[in-house]
Design a protein around this ligand. Structure first.
Ligand code: AIR
Ligand code: ASP
Length: 287
């Protein structure tokens, strides 16, 4: 067995070197953290469910022309992705007030926002991911104005699509967090890809009928039943069989191993869309 090189270990995932240049393997752990890892637990089955949910959602988003880093699922806990340079900005889109916006601005949880609200946070655990504005992003060079424009337009499209998709399975998409990365083509052209994951770890999903929370707030707020809720989301999306993939507190390996593959065929075929950015200048040889 060859030992794979760890590129990065985060709170919920490990990134390994991939089998081909330009690829990475994203491994989904069962670790749950909240409040900048002040609160921690291991929740059996969470990684398997997030791996599957994220693979599915990214593949769906490709069909509306959102380029993503996802290539294909490899096994229960791992997926093959394109290696990108992560832009250190977390983009949060909110449709309904919940979480930090309620605390920060004193807005009542559940208030429907008159329009989707885009917020930015600087991705830095040591600083606790502070909220920033577009001006901070441009001033400190985390992204330029063209990239920002593309990020915002992709975020709205993702929000529209996911809102409809979740509404169709009786879930309300309250808010979610996205991360984007850069990739350079062979001529030095720049592409922006949706990266990281989209799962109940970084979305808020409420049952339309009962208002029940079906996301990581179950852990943050000690509501219990996190894996049951994630399974419910996966089941409604048609990604796992009825009754789920757990058996007596652990994964039913047989059922989990029998889940169909998810492959992002569009990502392989489609040429990535270039955004409006001049080619990087080669350093001039003239003195
Ligand atoms: N999020 C933000 N940082 C990490 C994550 N997972 C997600 C939350 C929530 C949304 O972004 O899961 O769906 C807004 O989070 P908050 O804490 O700002 O209300
Ligand atoms: N995952 C982050 C943390 O560990 C934020 C959160 O989801 O609450 O703090």
């Amino acid at each position: 067995m060859t030992k794979r090189k760890v590129i990065h270990e985060g709170k919920a995932k490990i990134i390994y070197e991939g089998p081909e240049p330009g690829t990475l393997i994203q491994y989904f752990k069962d670790d749950a953290t909240a409040f900048n890892a002040e609160k921690k637990a291991i929740i059996a089955g969470k990684g398997v469910l997030n791996n599957r949910i994220s693979a599915h959602l990214m593949t769906r988003l490709e069909t509306i022309g959102i380029p993503t880093h996802f290539l294909k699922s490899l096994n229960m806990r791992e997926q093959l992705v394109r290696g990108v340079d992560i832009i250190p900005v977390e983009v949060v889109v909110r449709n309904v007030a919940a979480g930090s916006i309620c605390k920060r601005l004193g807005i009542k949880e559940g208030t429907i926002l008159p329009q989707p609200l885009v917020e930015y946070y600087y991705k830095d655990d040591k600083l606790g991911d502070p909220m920033i504005s577009e001006h901070h992003i441009v001033t400190f060079g985390w992204a330029d104005i063209y990239e920002l424009e593309e990020i915002v337009s992709m975020s709205y499209r993702i929000n529209d699509y996911l809102n409809g998709m979740f509404a169709g399975i009786g879930l309300r998409l309250v808010d979610f967090k996205l991360e984007f990365g850069r990739l350079w083509g062979e001529y030095g052209e720049l592409y922006l890809l949706l990266a990281d994951e989209i799962s109940p770890d970084n979305c808020r999903l409420w049952d339309v009928e009962t208002g029940e929370k079906m996301d990581k707030d179950r852990f943050r707020q000690d509501l219990g039943g996190l894996v049951e809720a994630y399974q419910q989301v996966a089941e409604r999306l048609g990604l796992i069989p009825k009754g789920g993939i757990m058996e007596g507190g652990s994964i039913n390996e047989q059922v989990a191993a029998g889940l169909g593959e998810i492959e992002n065929e569009l990502a392989r075929e489609r040429r990535l869309r270039s955004i409006n950015k001049p080619k990087p200048q080669k350093p001039s040889s003239k003195g």
